[in-house]
Design a protein around this ligand. Structure first.
Ligand SMILES: Nc1ncnc2c1ncn2[C@@H]1O[C@H](COP(=O)(O)OP(=O)(O)O)[C@@H](O)[C@H]1O
Ligand SMILES: [Mg+2]
Length: 303
């Protein structure tokens, strides 16, 4: 079993060993969440490394990752458990044919055998060698009533199944909740968690992330990409590119054998960075030229 990090520096170093370049404030919150056994609530723009932190923690601590992807209409059956209805029906038919005892059948039908375990129940199952990392991803996509149910799970790490009894985790899982903030998450959920806003990285950190994730990228190309994207994020757009897009764009430009940015290549690959036609139209031409000039000026500036 891999031990928890000893302090904030250790947290930063171990995240980095797994190619995650964290801000010090994020490493602090992660460290505290692990030590205090509190859920970690990460909110921020898409593509800024929220989901990735859960994957990285699982790898770094040698724990299994259990992921609950939230969506509209997600309910108890999708998140925690449901009874295997078709199998129960089959059992009833077989029992009828065999002339079985009704009471016994009733008990059998709601036993472990017919239970389908979804992410939340899996995460608190008592028979695991060590608690897993439970990722509750994009909670803002689920409906509000789901939060009330989640609140119960997060406070006691137990789920009561009326027909079976209460399932309780012997030790709490490491919980990471994420939200892209398409709506506000209820205060009661947030209060149970340690909160961190994951913003876009500054140029220095974005360059480090790029070096970590795309190690073979030409130096000049990487520097220009980071400077260009940092400038792009200052333009008012419907959807700003995240770190995921920076990485994608670098790979795309390397595929095209680019070693530096030029107006034509940038214009032709804007679709890797921007996914709305209005945003592309706004940036195409004048803004691309202006940003490229800015990139060149910054590179030429002393220091
Ligand atoms: N701080 C970071 N360090 C290393 N890679 C990062 C970082 N932030 C984002 N990434 C990269 O960006 C990709 C998208 O991040 P992801 O966690 O999916 O974003 P989201 O915030 O939407 O959940 C990841 O797969 C990872 O490669
Ligand atoms: Mg995500």
């Amino acid at each position: 079993m891999t031990a928890l990090p000893a302090n904030i520096d250790d947290t930063l170093a171990r995240l980095l060993q797994h190619d995650y370049v964290a801000e010090r404030t994020l490493a602090t919150t992660v460290f505290l969440a692990l030590k205090l056994q509190r859920p970690l609530f990460l909110e921020g723009e898409p593509g800024t490394g929220k989901t990735e932190i859960a994957k990285t923690l699982a790898a770094m601590l040698g724990r299994p990752l259990i992921r609950l992807q939230c969506y509209e209409g997600l309910d108890l059956a999708g998140a925690a458990y449901e009874w295997n209805y078709p199998r129960q029906m089959m059992e009833i038919r077989l029992a009828e044919a065999g002339g079985a005892d009704r009471e016994q059948l009733g008990r059998d039908l709601f036993s472990d055998r017919f239970l389908i375990r979804r992410a939340l129940l899996q995460a608190i199952a008592p028979d695991q060698p060590q608690p897993p990392v439970l990722l509750i991803d994009e909670l803002d996509r689920a409906d509000e009533p789901f939060e009330a149910f989640l609140l119960e799970v997060l406070s006691d790490f137990q789920i009561t199944i009326p027909e079976l009894g209460t399932v309780k985790a012997p030790a709490p899982p490491i919980v990471v909740l994420t939200s892209n903030r398409t709506r506000e998450i209820h205060d009661a959920v947030k209060r149970r968690c340690l909160y961190h806003w994951v913003g876009f990285p500054d140029a220095q950190r974005e360059a480090r992330i790029l070096a970590q994730r795309v190690p073979g990228a030409p130096e000049r190309l990487s520097a220009e990409i980071v400077a260009f994207i940092q400038g792009l994020r200052e333009i008012e757009l419907y959807k700003l590119p995240g770190v995921a897009e920076t990485i994608e764009w670098t790979r795309a430009l390397m595929t095209l054998d680019a070693v530096a940015l030029d107006p034509q290549t940038v214009s032709q690959t804007l679709g890797v960075l921007l996914k709305y036609q209005d945003d592309i139209a706004k940036v195409q031409g004048g803004e691309v030229a202006r940003l490229l000039q800015q990139v060149r000026d910054a590179a030429a500036a002393p220091g």
